[in-house]
Design a protein around this ligand. Structure first.
Ligand SMILES: [Zn+2]
Length: 650
């Protein structure tokens, strides 16, 4: 067949003029669909989270930034846009099949995000199969009546946009009202000092040179203590984060707070931030431990400003279930994937994601100092800092140096650092435990350096009381099988540093050798800033120890009670976490440490003066009978009978 050359050229040019816009329009449609799907996936995820919280997991944690309401839709939108661009190109290059295929892919992903979020227990691949099936059915159904679908899609889109804008406006307005209320609070008496509470997460006193440890792990803290008061026998009320912080904030024992491994701090008792805020203080928290100190843990109550999750792209990406579920899946597969593949592909990805969620001490410092610089200077502040650099994985922050240990060389050494929590502890050799302990000491020293940087800045902020302590310590097998924290009430986990520095730094290294409990911190803080009248906090002020230098006898501080509900938290099998739980309680004074398992009455008694390692159980020693009886009776009166599991929440 012959064609007139000129006619063919004209025909082709006309076809190109029409085909090109159609292709372009289809590509733009795919992009528009990706925006719609991203937005709907985000709103669906937020809806699923809120529904679960109100119907299923009422007392649980969100385990994410409280900004999830807008962060998840925005993140999903960006993820879908990133996927939509290549799909739009596919639609352009392959117009016949590209569009329908792109529609099915986008619908699958949107449904998948909501399914994974609504049913966190669902096996991830099963969620994917479900989403593919639903998306195919949905797409075929919509394609049968595409005109009606477009009509309803537009109406739905307008409705969703109106609801989104109205919600955002309401939130912004509520936030503005809150800020105005905070600004209008009456000021405390002129000259009221600031209060800075620094909690060094997972820092045991026995690992600090401040308390005689053989390595210089805390030179900055040593120097700070020379300007204030050092407490030599301070004990946390629990051996893990949430109940210990809860006691520091409320003056209550853990069994009164009922904050559990799976439940936030309850709202029964007023917190330091609430009380000081009501007395005119500006209150702000800057925390790095997002597992238990984030706003959803209940510790943010009363703070005008609370900065928990890091604000970076990786942290935002993890907000979407489309990212967090595959990452969780990879993590659970780590043990099964061949080592070389694991190291080459998965591990760098997982580590990068972990790093994105971890806030270093220098970042916490920066956040606090920036806030302090822009606040109203006529209003004193109560600021709470939680530094997390010593918590496992014992990985040094960027630019920090090894002082005692070394960079991991072998895969096993890398495991000891990065996967310390889940590693099988009974299989550890002495050298491996020492490697992890060296890494922990390195982290302590690096964090101490940051603490020094922070303390150098304090004089610029005006008269400030500085209180430095820790929520619990860390064990490295000093007792058989006991590692980490929250796993015992031995000294290694509850003996913590406590240093209190007055604004004029004139207490010149006083030392308090008596046993004290961090439960007394709220009573102490309101006492030193003269707000003890009307204080809701039980306990005694520890200031009695340095005030007594003027002649009067110090008043008795609270007994040093500690409690823990042991879980299998450190076991790789998480399903065991809420099984086999045991409640332990401990009471220490200057002479002895008494530890008792509450369900079967198993008792331990250690000489607090001569047996620092707590290796010799004296519970059946007749010569210690009086000491044992005294501690046992005091413990029973403090806990009002045995601490059974039903007095704690899961
Ligand atoms: Zn902690």
């Amino acid at each position: 067949m012959f064609m007139v050359p000129g006619a063919a050229t004209q025909e082709n040019a006309r076809a190109r003029r029409f085909v090109l816009p159609i292709r372009l329009r289809r590509s733009l449609n795919i992009l528009g669909l990706s925006v719609c799907c991203g937005w709907l996936a985000g709103l669906g995820e937020v809806g699923a989270i809120l529904l679960r919280k109100h119907l299923v997991d009422i007392d649980g944690f969100y385990r994410m930034s409280q900004d999830f309401v807008w962060l998840i839709p925005v993140t999903d939108l960006l993820i879908f846009l990133a996927i939509g661009v290549p799909l739009a190109l596919l639609g352009f290059a392959w117009p016949a099949r590209g569009g329908p295929l792109a529609g099915r892919i986008l619908a699958t992903l949107a449904l998948l995000a909501v399914i994974w979020r609504a049913f966190p227990g669902i096996y991830a691949p099963a969620g994917l199969v479900l989403a593919i099936g639903a998306a195919i059915r949905l797409a075929s159904w919509l394609e049968r009546d595409s005109a009606a679908f477009r009509r309803w899609a537009w109406r739905g889109w307008i409705l969703v946009s109106i609801v989104s804008v109205a919600t955002a406006t309401t939130f912004l307005h509520a936030d503005r009202l809150r800020i105005r209320r905070v600004e209008e609070r009456p000021l405390p008496p002129p000259g009221s000092p600031n209060v800075l509470l620094v909690v060094l997460d997972t820092v045991g006193a026995d690992h600090l040179s401040l308390y005689g440890y053989h390595r210089p792990t805390s030179p900055a803290l040593d120097q700070a203590a020379r300007q204030g008061v050092r407490f030599d026998r301070a004990r946390a009320t629990s051996s893990w984060t949430l109940p210990s912080h809860g006691s520091m904030f409320t003056g209550r024992w853990p069994h009164e707070l009922s904050s559990g491994w799976m439940t936030p701090l309850d709202t029964t008792h007023r917190t330091l931030a609430e009380y000081l805020g009501s007395r005119g203080y500006a209150t702000a928290g800057f925390i790095a431990n997002v597992f238990y100190c984030a706003a959803d843990g209940g510790l943010a109550r009363g703070f005008d400003e609370y900065r928990d999750y890091p604000r970076n792209a990786r942290s935002a990406l993890l907000m979407s279930s489309l990212v967090s579920r595959p990452i969780a899946g990879l993590r659970s597969m780590e043990d099964f994937v061949a080592l070389s593949m694991n190291i080459a592909i998965f591990r760098p990805l997982l580590l990068a994601m972990d790093d994105g969620r971890r806030k270093s001490a220098s970042e916490v410092n920066r956040e606090f100092l920036e806030w302090a610089a822009r606040r109203r200077t006529d209003r004193p502040f109560f600021a709470f800092l939680n530094l997390f650099d010593a918590h496992y994985p014992y990985k040094l922050p960027d630019r920090a140096i090894h002082r005692f240990g070394t960079e991991p060389v072998t895969a096993r050494q890398a495991d000891l650092i990065e996967r310390w929590r889940s590693i099988e502890k009974p299989s550890l050799t002495v050298e491996e435990t020492a490697f992890a302990r060296d890494a922990y000491d390195d982290c302590l020293a690096a964090q101490d350096e940051q603490l020094g940087t922070l303390l150098d800045e304090i004089p610029r902020l005006g008269p400030t009381w500085v209180i430095i302590t820790a929520d619990h310590g860390e064990s490295f097998g000093e007792h058989p099988g006991v590692f980490g924290h929250g796993s015992s009430l031995y000294r290694s986990q509850v003996h913590v540093p406590l240093v209190i520095i007055p604004p004029d730094r004139n207490l010149s290294g006083q030392v308090v050798p008596e046993t004290v409990s961090l439960r007394d911190l709220p009573a102490t803080i309101v006492d030193i800033i003269h707000l003890e009248r009307e204080s809701p906090f039980p306990g005694e002020s520890l200031a009695t120890f340095w005030k007594s230098k003027n002649g009067s006898r110090p008043r008795r501080p609270s007994p040093a009670l500690s409690e823990v509900v042991l879980t299998e938290l450190l076991q790789p099998d998480k399903s065991r976490m809420l099984r086999d739980r045991q409640v332990w309680a401990a009471l220490a004074d200057d002479n002895g440490t008494y530890i008792r398992r509450q369900d079967n009455g198993q008792e331990l008694l250690f000489d607090a003066r001569h047996d620092m390692q707590e290796t010799g159980n004296l519970a059946s020693d007749p010569t210690r009978r009086l000491l044992l009886d005294r501690l046992r009776t005091t413990l029973d009166s403090l806990t009002d009978g045995p601490l059974t599991l039903d007095r704690f929440r899961p």
